[in-house]
Design a protein around this ligand. Structure first.
Ligand code: COA
Length: 416
C-alpha cells in the first residue's frame, strides 16, 4: 500500500518531545523523516530515564519510530555543507531548538528560502515570535503554566496543577503537523514554501479555550454554575480550579466504586446529561426523582448536585468500576472507568485497533508504544522501531552523492 506522504522528505532537527511527536506522526503516514543528531550524543532523550543501561530509553523510542538517523555536526564547515545540500533536496525542515539556535547555526529563514524556495521551515518555540517572553527556553510544565492549563487544573484548595497529558509538548507537535500539511497543500498551488511557527503557550491555550470562555462568563455574571464552587461557595474575579467538574453544560464528577479504599483508581467518571435524567434515576433505583420538581430540571438539581453524586456513590459501593459501567451503558449514560496505564497497556480493544502497539527494537527487544490515534479506511500505519544513533548516516550520505572515501573522512573528523 503506498502511503499518502511518500515522497515528502523531512529534515528532522527536533529533540525531546514536541518536535519528535510531530515528525513521528508524519513518518507513520509515509514521509521520509531524517533525524539529524549531534555525533556521539544524539537527542538527549536517548539517555534520559533509561530502564536498560546503554540502550536507547523508551522516551526516545516512543517518539522517534519510523525515522532514519543521520549524525551531523552542523557547527563544522563540512557539516554546514552537508546540511545545505540536504536542504536543497528536502521539502520540510522541522526544528524545536531554543530561540535563535538555528539562526546562530547560520540557517536563517531567509537563507533557507534562498537555498530552496519550496522549503517549509516548521518551528516549535515556547512563546510566539515577538512575545515578551520569546527568549525563554520552555519545557512541558512551563508551557502548561504559561498557557492557562495549570491555573485552571486541580482543586480549589490546592495549588495550580499540571496535567499528565503532554499539552505543551505532544499537543504542540500535533498543531505543528497540521501547520506543515497546510503549508504543503499551499505549496501544491503556489510552488512556494513558508515558515510555520507554533508556540507551546498558544497550543496549550488553544486546548484551554473553554476556560477563556469561562473567564468572560465570570466577568459578566460573577459565577460559573457548572463549577463545584456554585452555588454554595464563592468566586473571585478569575476562573477557579474546577476539580473534576464537567467543562460543558453537563455536571459530572469522579465517583468512588467498590474497593476505592485500597485501589486508588476504583472510580468512574459519571455525567448527568440533562435529557438522561430519567434513565439515570432508573439505573440507580431512584424512580421517585423522575417527576419530582425538586429534581426534574438541571437548575433544580444544581444546589444539591453533590448530594446526588453521593446517592450515586451509595449505589456504586457494591460494584466495581467495570460492573458499574456495564450497567450504566445500558441506560445510555456517558461514563467510563478511570483506567490505569497498566489496564490500557493490556486492553485488547486498543491492541486490536493499533492504538497500543508492540514494536521490536534491535537492542532493547520488544516494547509498547502508542500507535496512530488517527484511523484511516485506506491506510494502516505500521509502527517501526526508532533508529539507533547514526544508523542511516552512511546510506543517506551515499544517496546524496558522497563517495565512500568522503564518508570515511567525515567519520574520522567527527563531522558525522
Ligand atoms: N550539531 C551541532 N550543534 C547542534 C546540533 C547538531 N546536530 N543540534 C543542536 N545543536 C546545538 C544548537 O545549535 C544549540 O547551540 P547554540 O545554543 O550554541 O546556538 C545547542 O545545540 C542547544 O540547543 P537548545 O535547543 O537551546 O538546547 P537546550 O538543551 O539548551 O534546550 C529546550 C532545550 C527544549 C529547552 C530548547 O530547545 C527549547 O526551548 N526549545 C523550544 C521549545 C521546545 O520545543 N521545548 C521542548 C518541548 S519537549
Amino acid at each position: 500500500m503506498s502511503k499518502p506522504l511518500e515522497g515528502i522528505k523531512i529534515i528532522d532537527f527536533t529533540h525531546v518531545q514536541a518536535g519528535p511527536a510531530c515528525t513521528q506522526l508524519l513518518a507513520w503516514y509515509g514521509a521520509d523523516v531524517i533525524k539529524v543528531e549531534r555525533p556521539g550524543a544524539g537527542d538527549v532523550t536517548r539517555s534520559q530515564l533509561r530502564d536498560i543501561p546503554g540502550v536507547d530509553a523508551l522516551y526516545f523510542t516512543m517518539l522517534n519510530s519510523n525515522k532514519r538517523s543521520l549524525t551531523l555536526d552542523t557547527k563544522t564547515p563540512e557539516g554546514k555543507e552537508i546540511l545545505t545540500k540536504l536542504i536543497k533536496e528536502s521539502d520540510v525542515l522541522v526544528e524545536n531548538f531554543g530561540p535563535g539556535a538555528l539562526d546562530r547555526m547560520g540557517f536563517t529563514w531567509e537563507h533557507i528560502k534562498e537555498l530552496n524556495p519550496g522549503m517549509i521551515v516548521a518551528s516549535v518555540k515556547g512563546f510566539s515570535d515577538g512575545h515578551h517572553y520569546e527568549d525563554l527556553k520552555v519545557y512541558e510544565n512551563v508551557a502548561q503554566c504559561a498557557g492557562g492549563a495549570a491555573s485552571t487544573t486541580g482543586f480549589d484548595d490546592g495549588p495550580p496543577t499540571v496535567s499528565a497529558a503532554a499539552l505543551g509538548d505532544s499537543n504542540t507537535g500535533m498543531h505543528l503537523a497540521i501547520g506543515i500539511l497546510t503549508a504543503l497543500r499551499a505549496r501544491d498551488t503556489t510552488g512556494k514554501g513558508q515558515k510555520v511557527a507554533v508556540s507551546m503557550q498558544d497550543s496549550v491555550l488553544n486546548l484551554c479555550r473553554v476556560k477563556l470562555r469561562d473567564q468572560q462568563r465570570l466577568d459578566r455574571v460573577g459565577y460559573l454554575e457548572e463549577y463545584p464552587q456554585y452555588p454554595h461557595g464563592t468566586f473571585s474575579d478569575v476562573v477557579p480550579r474546577g476539580g473534576n467538574a464537567g467543562g460543558g453544560g453537563q455536571p459530572g464528577w469522579v465517583l468512588k466504586c467498590k474497593g476505592w479504599e485500597t485501589d486508588p483508581n476504583a472510580y468512574i467518571y459519571f455525567t448527568i446529561q440533562g435529557h438522561a435524567w430519567a434513565p439515570i434515576c432508573r439505573a440507580i433505583g431512584k424512580e421517585e426523582w423522575i417527576d419530582d420538581p425538586a429534581y426534574t430540571t438541571a437548575q433544580a438539581r444544581q444546589d444539591k448536585i453533590f448530594d446526588i453524586f453521593g446517592t450515586i456513590e451509595e449505589w456504586l459501593k457494591d460494584k466495581t468500576k467495570f460492573e458499574a459501567v456495564d450497567i450504566l451503558r445500558k441506560f445510555d449514560i456517558p461514563c467510563a472507568p478511570v483506567l490505569t496505564m497498566k489496564e490500557l497497556a493490556n486492553d485488547p480493544s486498543l491492541r486490536a485497533s493499533g492504538t497500543i502497539v508492540e514494536v521490536d527494537h534491535k537492542e532493547r527487544g520488544t516494547y509498547l508504544t502508542v500507535g496512530s490515534p488517527i484511523k484511516f479506511s485506506d491506510l494502516k500505519p505500521e509502527v517501526k522501531a526508532s533508529p539507533l544513533l547514526g544508523e542511516h548516516t552512511d546510506e543517506i550520505l551515499e544517496s546524496m552523492g558522497y563517495s565512500q572515501q568522503q564518508i570515511k573522512d567525515f567519520h574520522e573528523r567527527r563531522v558525522v
